[in-house]
Design a protein around this ligand. Structure first.
Ligand code: PMP
Length: 364
């Protein structure tokens, strides 16, 4: 509202300087097709819903398990690691907040990250006053590992998402390893929010690289965005550091319903795999349909696609889709301002999207 930080009577300069994260729209009206925030098109495991119902009783007068022991055990069993290597949080956004706050603020050192990636990373740098260096993506929009491995530093850490967001593109295991090998003395954080949709996880590298930290979420591949559950995986030393940060805060890892739901969702492997197969198939079909409409689509290993049309302005396309009650994401950022990020829906959702797009394109 035009008020500059230094003249505002209540805020500190620091608050005035913040540029808060802008989330994708969560509409408050019914009937919109939401393809804008990468939610799962199908519901969570029925076993998770049952677990929530069972947990929603008198026991809610009691505080939840502060250490999320059952959840950490379920996560550890899922990934074949020790529960002491699991750090849960209220969504991976909170896990990331503790990582930035606790690990990345080092005087005279910079945090490396891609210039185009999950935009909360930049927000946390401002909030926690972390110096960061943004590394441009390569010409083909991939993350070039050598830019990180060969960086002379001094570095506070490295973070990137794999697959990256909003491009959906995957970095190879060998490339990730080249970064880990080059910087054994700083935390290297790989945000695997979308890894289940066909990319290769770096979990096997945990045994060999104590500086590696992986961030996971149950919001995407386990269809529990409304529950807020995420976690980090790393060496016991890194996880211990994160626990100290969290325990110096008035924060409980997860409420009773979330812990119960997460354990049940993780244990229902069949529902999980079935959901993945459906989304991956729908994604591959959507890529073909968009290409047939003339879109250039980046190779996606996520539950969304990133696409641009050589003849149509992305902001206009997003607005025209919005008029037809379809929400997609559009980022007003250099280099990607001609792209739409479209979450993969059900086959019927994708068909509706493509039909509406065909009408919009034809009408121009
Ligand atoms: N990381 C990435 C790359 C994401 O896209 C998102 C979702 N917007 C998150 C983390 C956060 O997910 P959540 O807090 O729901 O776990």
């Amino acid at each position: 509202s035009g008020q500059s930080a230094s003249t505002h009577p209540y805020w500190s300069d620091h608050v005035g300087d913040l540029a808060p994260y802008t989330p994708g729209e969560q509409p408050r009206v019914e009937g919109l097709l939401k393809l804008n925030t990468n939610e799962h098109p199908y519901g969570p495991s029925p076993r998770a819903l049952e677990a929530i119902r069972a947990a929603a009783g008198d026991a809610l007068r009691l505080y939840p398990d502060y250490d999320s022991v059952a959840l950490r055990q379920a996560v550890a069993a899922l990934h074949g690691i020790d529960p002491a290597q699991v750090f849960p949080g209220n969504g991976s956004d909170e896990v990331l907040a503790h990582i930035f706050d606790g690990l990345f603020r080092k005087a005279g050192r910079v945090l490396l990250m891609p210039d185009i990636s999950y935009s909360f990373y930049k927000t946390y740098c401002r909030l926690y006053r972390i110096d960061c260096e943004l590394i441009p993506l390569a010409e083909d929009f991939s993350i070039r590992a050598a830019d990180y491995a060969d960086h002379g530093g001094p570095l506070a850490g490295i973070i990137f998402a794999n697959p990256n967001a909003p491009t959906g593109m995957e970095m190879s295991q060998a490339d990730i390893e080249s970064i880990l090998r080059a910087h054994p003395d700083i935390p290297v954080v790989v945000d695997e929010a979308y890894v289940d949709f066909g990319a290769r996880s770096a979990v096997p590298l945990l045994a060999r690289y104590p500086n590696l930290l992986l961030v996971r979420t149950l919001s995407k591949s386990r269809a529990l965005a409304g529950m807020r559950v995420g976690y980090a995986l790393g060496s016991a030393e890194l996880v211990e550091g994160l626990r100290r940060i969290k325990d110096s805060f008035n924060s409980y890892p997860l409420d009773r319903l979330a812990q119960a739901a997460a354990v049940a969702a993780i244990e229902d492997r069949e529902h999980f795999e079935q959901g993945l197969r459906a989304v991956i198939q729908a994604r591959d079909d959507l890529v073909r349909s968009l290409a047939a409409l003339g879109f250039e689509v980046l190779p996606s290993r996520a539950n969304f696609v990133f696409a641009r049309h050589p003849a149509h302005d992305a902001a206009r396309l997003a607005a025209a889709l919005r008029e037809q009650r379809i929400l997609v994401r559009y980022f007003k950022m250099p280099r990607i301002e001609q792209f739409l990020r479209i979450s993969v829906g059900t086959p019927a959702d994708c068909e509706r999207l493509c039909n509406v797009l065909a009408d919009i394109l034809g009408a121009h």
